[in-house]
Design a protein around this ligand. Sequence first.
Ligand code: 5AD
Length: 351
Amino acid sequence: MLSREDILAWLAEKDASRLETLYRQADQVRRGNVGDQVHLGGLIEISNYCRRHCLYCGLRLDRKDLPRCRLERQELLQCVSQAVQRGYGTVVLQSGEDLGLEAPWVADLVEYIKANTPLAVTLSLGERSPQELRLWRQAGADRYLLRFETSSLRLYEQIHPSVPGQPSDRIALLGQLREMGYQVGSGMMIGIPGQTCADLADDILLLEKLELDMIGVGPYLPHPQTPLGRQFNLYRPPGQVPNTQEMTCKAIALARLACPWANIPSTTALASLGPGGGRESGLRCGANVIMPNLTPPAYRALYEIYPNKTSTYGSTDSGASLRQMIQSLGRSVGTSRGNSQRPQTPVDMDQ
Ligand code: 5AD
């Protein structure tokens, strides 16, 4: 178990050779607990409608300039077929918080995918009602991703306004998802304006406390058409966490040490930071999952959570080069659904 002091010391560490020892340790813990296979999950961005006003996100409701779109069932199922053809273990259906994605429609879709493919189904559709989440679980959805974004309530409330009358409590929702029998994923952004190393240390401790099956950690990337993105260069409070590759790799390594069994992706946001092999760097310091983008190219530019998303403009995500990259690290491509290795407690689905 990591102490808060240890975490803080690593977050402050600048010496490259000492950081290598952290990455090596995380890599060993990864190998010992989840092995050398890199699991692939096909990301399908099914809708960019969103009812929220998150100050960091390019899909926020206030973006009146952004054309909105929702995939048709047939388009979506074509993406799902691609995941099957490429031998992926899961598809991740992701969207803004779009109430136009009606619960029975999603349930039907999940049921169809589970009945007709070997894929695990991972949903990442935002904060939906417990009734809806339960319906999707009963339809066969295996996993749900919902990042807490930051463990600092002060910061969370600043950047993630609640829907009026419905206070946003993602930690409580994560507990409910677990009780419903989902494999549960969460995580945070690195370098949110106003985030300190103390906040980040608390994020790592929260990952450990939540005993997550999946952990997504990526750098915050300023989007110029958002309030937080517009003020990014103006606002650098003392102790600000940088949104760099190094800080993200530290957080991935610490997440691995805190949650040895978790599935941890090397995120698209990390790869999007610029040249320098972002995806590889994540895989070297504790990550064991990659989520190639399967969204039809015509729609990708509209799912602009942050600018210059790697997969939007050419990518190394497609079949052969991705496999080559994985093999060049002495790893192999996952051959199973990549289910969580965390010991599970059985749940009664009818409750
Ligand atoms: N930079 C990086 N990550 C972002 N996300 C949303 N906006 C940004 C941004 N500007 C992340 C959030 C969300 C996930 C789907 O994308 O963590 O949970």
